[in-house]
Design a binder for this molecule. Sequence first.
Ligand SMILES: Nc1ncnc2c1ncn2[C@@H]1O[C@H](COP(=O)(O)OP(=O)(O)O)[C@@H](O)[C@H]1O
Ligand SMILES: [Mg+2]
Length: 312
Amino acid sequence: MAEKQKLVEIKNLKQYFNVGKPNMVKAVDGITFDIYQGETLGLVGESGCGKSTTGRTIIRLYNATGGEVIFNGENVHGKKSKKELKKFNRKMQMIFQDPYASLNPRMTVADIVAEGIDIHGLAKNNSDRMEQVYSLLETVGLNREHANRYPHEFSGGQRQRIGIARALAVKPDFIIADEPISALDVSIQAQVVNLMKRLQTEKGLTYLFIAHDLSMVKYISDRIGVMYFGKIVELAEANDLYSNPIHPYTKSLLSAIPLPDPDYERNRKRLIYDPKEHGYSENEEVKLREIRPGHFVACSEKEYKEYKSQYS
Ligand SMILES: Nc1ncnc2c1ncn2[C@@H]1O[C@H](COP(=O)(O)OP(=O)(O)O)[C@@H](O)[C@H]1O
Ligand SMILES: [Mg+2]
């Protein structure tokens, strides 16, 4: 990337859920990162580590427990007028994991895709509205004949395309894709990823791409953040993260990916991450520190020195 302009700044974001006293689920526990204009930031981690909550809090489906989200220089959270909220709603869209659950089965594809067009008054009249729907369907690899059908008539991959068309309808700048391919057959996953890549180039989109493992996310992400129990433990350029993983949790995630290489597979060892091995003491400050240029790892001061001598 030539010029790196921040589109989204996430500052010490927290989302705690009160699940009956005294239990508090710290789903997102103070995460800080930026997403640059036009990039794809992958967010990876095992189920339950807080990825969806991160996405939902950024897009304001939840009120944050703490911290800030700055979008294009403006704070997304806090008191906002209806007009301001509507503007954010249009600029940020979300694509969901389950293309079955996220499309209303009683609405036609046209009405699903046009939902945002209707809410934001983006069509001059009905024929303009339908022209926009047809054009969106073609953009995502469907066709105008699909407009009057219902979600159940489509395959999983096609439904995800409908979800993408719905998100694109309001001409957003930023799309949060929450495991958009996890529910799809492997053979279909690459098609949807390729579609998203093409749309990104054509429309200058910025993505937060959430995934639970590190296999597919490599092909779409410029940078990747690894999440563990509500925190980011490593953040780096995608290639650097794969070739030089530093945090033991990232290493364990990478060791779980099978490769179509018999030699590699014969020797592949699944690394198990045990957070106790860090042996952090009470007063040690564990935070993201830069080990190599642009490569951040959550660590103590002591680990920082070790990582520096080993990896920089
Ligand atoms: N609405 C909610 N109420 C209470 N706990 C929740 C809620 N949503 C998520 N959680 C909890 O927060 C943690 C993170 O969940 P989630 O963000 O869905 O993780 P991921 O998307 O990485 O699988 C989990 O422990 C989950 O049970
Ligand atoms: Mg999730």
